[in-house]
Structures are given as C-alpha cells and as structure tokens.
Design a protein around this ligand. Structure first.
Ligand SMILES: Cc1cc2nc3c(=O)[nH]c(=O)nc-3n(C[C@H](O)[C@H](O)[C@H](O)COP(=O)(O)OP(=O)(O)OC[C@H]3O[C@@H](n4cnc5c(N)ncnc54)[C@H](O)[C@@H]3O)c2cc1C
Length: 418
C-alpha cells in the first residue's frame, strides 16, 4: 500500500487504549492527516487495569489511568467525539453514522471497540448493587461499596473476580467467591496452578466456594445475598459479577466484515475490507509465529496492537506478531504470563520452584523430540524472566524438561537457539 498522504481522513471507532495508541502509530508517518476518535464513553481514553487495582483500592486517582493528558489530543490535532457512539458503518460509501445523527466520511477506519461484559441472567440480577467492572464509572461505583466490614460476594474466579477479591480484602471487606469450576482460572492455567490461586486467596481470608454456581440473587430492591446452585445462601451487601467478556463486534458484523470470535484481520491488522483495520480486544489477527488467528483480551495487545494498526493505516509495512502477554497483581503476588495454549490442548504443567513460597514459575509444555516445547509460561514474583519465556515460545525451542524445572538452570541458556 502506498504511504499515507496529508489529505487522508482517519476515523477511530472506540476510545480505549487501542484507539489512543493508534493515533501515535498514525502520527509516526502522517503528521497532517485528519484523525477523529469516536468514543461511546464520555472520558478521554484510559487504561483499565488500574480499575481493579490501585484505583479500586483508592491508592491511585482515576486520572492516573488516562492514556494521555487531555491536551495531547489537541497537540496531535485529534478531534474527540466523546459520548457519541458509532451506530453504523457503510463500507461502500466509507461513512460512519453516530448516535447523534452525524455522519463522518473516512479513508481509513479503525475498529477498536473492545469488549462487552457478559451479564448473568438469573433471578435477582437487576437488584441494586449487583455490579460489573469494565468502566471508570463501574470502578467508582464498586469502590464506594468496598467499606470495611461489609460483605462482598464475587461471582467468577477469573482475573477480574480474583483482583476484585484481593482489593476488597485489602479494604477490609469480608469476601466470598462463588465459582462453578473446580479451581480458579481453570480454563487458563489448569487445576494445579489454579489451586495455587485458591490457596493465595484463602491465605488472605477469602471464603472460596468452588464447584458451585449461582441460582439467584436475593433481596428486596437491594441485594442481600447469593443463593448458590447447591442451595446455600451467602450474605452479601454487594455482588460483583466477573463471568467474562465478549468482543464488541456488532458494528463490524452489520457492516458485513468477516467476524469469527472477533473481527478477522491479517497480520497487518487489516480486516476483510481494505479500508478498515481492527485492534485490541476486538481483533482476531493472523499470528505468523503461532500460525493461527488469535484474539487476546489484555492490555499489552491493546497497546501494541493499537500502535501497529495506526502504523499500518498510515502506510507503514507492518507484521503484528507478538507473543501474547498479560500481567496481574493480587495482594503481594505480581505475575506475568506469556504464550498461547490453544483450547483443548493437553499441555503438561512443569513447575520451577515451589508455589508455596509465592515465588515460582509454571510452564505449559507439549512433548517434542527428546524434550518438550513451551507453549506458555508464567512467573509469580520471579521478575525479569518474561523475556526469556517469550523467546522460548517464539523460537519453538525444544528443551529438556528437568532443566526447565530446575531453578538453578538459567532460563536464558534454555531460550537461546541451539
Ligand atoms: C477492570 C479491568 C482490569 C484489567 N486488568 C488487566 C490486567 O491486569 N492485565 C492485562 O493485561 N489486561 C487487563 N485488562 C484488560 C485490558 O484492560 C483490555 O484488554 C484493554 O482495555 C482492551 O483495550 P481496547 O482498547 O481494545 O478496548 P477497551 O478498553 O474496551 O476500549 C474500547 C472502547 O470502545 C468503546 N466503544 C465500543 N463500541 C463503540 C462504538 N460503537 N462507538 C464508539 N465507541 C465504542 C467502548 O465504550 C470502550 O470505551 C483489564 C480489564 C478490566 C476491565
């Protein structure tokens, strides 16, 4: 594709991290093209990880989550259309219609519409203080409920549920987690490492109810309890539901773009329409390293993917090929995970170090040749190791299982190509 010209009009739909980073990517090579960010929310773009950590606990202000200061958008000559969602895209006419009725023309369009929380459809779901956590407003509403001594029930032991549980404990709440599976994060880390998360939370006083779901919420206007599927009632002043998200693809589908667990893109993040790109949670891009389409619902992908999409839109030659990465913080456990284990893969978990010390690593491996190949790896409080994990995954290095498990064998020496 030819390089962008100063006459190009870029429209970015979605004012989250991916949308904001796309501006940086565009401006690297097109200082003059006109850029409009169309955002459903009233806020300038912000990062979401602090909403379940520092901002939720009250350690950080909400303002600290903004990706850029307000004046940056004016400096970059970006028009912000806040609180005015895109309602339709017409790829033939190359226009976007907004909720306000305005119509914007574009030469290049980015879909960075992120994800939408999955709602729990049980009796009592509409009671007051049955809450979800995705936006700044959600975080502020939840924070005001995290009062010492109050009872908080968390539904779902995924990343959001676990981080909320940790924040609520740190604010002195009594916390119960209800999770239908046998261990937290079962689908992501498996039972063994999931068991470590269970131990971590129990050690911090969380009451974990595993293997049971939610039958209904109780209360009269205000929620007062959660009735589990095995018939127990958990007292709750506040309920936080964290049962996953779905990519926000309605606009793309209605516009006739190819959608399959996210908006399908090639390795340059271009969709099935040559004038439309996608990035962040909503994009399912073709990963050269992994040889398949992947969609990642994490911060690093929104940041790096947004930047890459912006570059690609402005005519740079882009192959977006990261090893998927995410991080989480719970109590005094900081962790990073890199790699990709396709669903249904029968991966073995190799531990390096003793989980009981809260300083260990875990690898998800499959047998290959004389050893094993690392699909993904995670550390808990073993810092400066994630680059080596990414290298192991990217290089598809076959390693000796025992040396991988041995904390005295430098990871870098395993990761180096033979
Ligand atoms: C509470 C919380 C904690 C998290 N913690 C971590 C963490 O510790 N580590 C990690 O790696 N990841 C974390 N994540 C995930 C990470 O924040 C997301 O992957 C990231 O926000 C995705 O960025 P995005 O720009 O793709 O989408 P989003 O941040 O969802 O932004 C998309 C924006 O598009 C807007 N939009 C949607 N439809 C339209 C439309 N039609 N018109 C206009 N605008 C529209 C939405 O309102 C939204 O503001 C966390 C997420 C949450 C919610």
């Amino acid at each position: 594709m030819s390089s962008a010209t100063s006459e190009a009009t870029y429209v970015i739909v979605g004012g989250g991290l991916a949308g904001a980073k796309a501006v940086e990517g565009i401006r690297e090579s097109d200082p003059d093209g006109s850029i409009v960010i169309v955002a459903a929310e009233e806020h300038i773009p912000y990062e979401r990880p602090p909403l379940s950590k520092g901002v939720l606990k009250g350690d950080d202000t909400a303002d600290s989550a903004f990706t850029h200061p307000q004046e940056w958008y004016a400096e970059q000559h970006v028009e912000l259309r806040l609180g005015d969602a895109a309602t339709a895209i017409d790829p033939a006419a190359r226009t976007v219609t907004l909720a306000s009725g305005a119509t914007l023309g574009y030469d290049r369009l980015l879909l960075a519409t992120g994800s939408t929380v999955r709602r729990l459809d049980v009796p009592g779901a509409d009671l007051m203080d049955v809450l979800y956590l995705r936006t700044m407003g959600d975080s502020a509403a939840l924070r005001s409920r995290l009062v010492a001594g109050s009872n908080v029930a968390v539904v779902g032991a995924g990343w959001i549920g676990l981080e909320v549980a940790a924040a609520a404990r740190e604010r002195g709440c009594e916390v119960t987690i209800v999770e239908p599976q046998a261990s937290p994060l079962l689908g992501v880390v498996g039972e063994r490492v999931g068991g470590w998360f269970a131990d971590l939370h129990r050690a911090h006083g969380v009451d974990l109810r595993l293997g049971t779901g939610v039958d209904r919420f109780e209360g009269d206007g205000q929620v007062t309890g959660v009735v589990t599927s095995d018939g127990e009632t958990i007292q709750a002043d506040t309920v936080v539901v964290g049962v996953g998200i779905t990519p926000t693809t309605a606009l793309a589908e209605a516009a006739g773009l190819e959608v399959d667990n996210g908006v399908r893109c090639d390795a340059s993040l271009r969709t099935s329409d040559p004038h439309i790109w996608a990035a962040g949670d909503v994009a399912s891009w073709h990963s050269t390293t992994l040889g398949t389409h992947v969609r990642v619902e994490h911060w690093a992908n929104a940041q790096d993917g947004g930047l890459a999409a912006g570059r690609s839109m402005a005519g740079q030659d882009v192959t977006y090929d990261p090893v998927p990465f995410f991080f989480s913080d719970q109590y005094d456990a900081g962790l990073e995970y890199a790699g990709y284990v396709p669903r249904g893969t029968d991966a073995e978990v190799v531990l390096r170090g003793d989980p009981a010390t809260n300083e260990f690593m875990a690898f998800w491996v499959v047998p290959e040749g004389e050893g094993v190949r690392v699909l993904a790896g995670m550390h808990v409080n073993v810092w400066d190791t994630i680059d080596a994990v990414q290298q192991l995954v990217r290089n598809r290095t076959v390693v000796d299982r025992d040396r991988l498990a041995d904390p005295d064998t430098a990871l870098d020496s395993l990761a180096a190509p033979a």
